[in-house]
Write a protein that binds this ligand. Sequence first.
Ligand code: SF4
Ligand code: SF4
Length: 165
Amino acid sequence: MTEEKTEIERSLTDDLLPSVERRKEGPYALCECHQRIPCNPCLTSCPTGAVSLDSINDTPEVDFDKCAGCKQCVSACPGLACFVIDETYSTDSALVTIPYEFLPLPEEGETVNGLDRKGNFVKEVTVKNIDSFSDNGKTKVITVIVPQEAVHQIRNIEIREENHG
Ligand code: SF4
Ligand code: SF4
């Protein structure tokens, strides 16, 4: 596994991350959306009003004091750009919640490949649970258990063929 962050990963996360104190408090959303496109489901889906956009063409900002880590924005974002991160899961492991639109789905407890933003393999990870929100049946929301050191690297998964042969 490559622990050193790429420039893209650094720029995508460091500007977006909450404070170290907030990261220790529980789950938070990251909307890694840097394209100024007319789009706002992250804002309209959020039940706590945590997401703001100065205009519909702006990039979203998350108020981490309001974010409850509910995962609704992960399901709603058509760009698959929203994730929920929970760095408090255990000393060694964190949770990353990822939008997923492929079939077949993995099962809870299954080992899958954890991929970075470019689709490169990072580490085998374990599926903790799969959510499906009623307003969007297509996008499943999969939470995986990842090593703490890969929590801002892993942003996608792929099933391992030997588990679905
Ligand atoms: S995780 Fe929930 S509370 Fe947090 S920004 Fe997303 S929709 Fe809002
Ligand atoms: S819904 Fe997704 S793509 Fe649209 S503005 Fe929000 S984060 Fe960006």
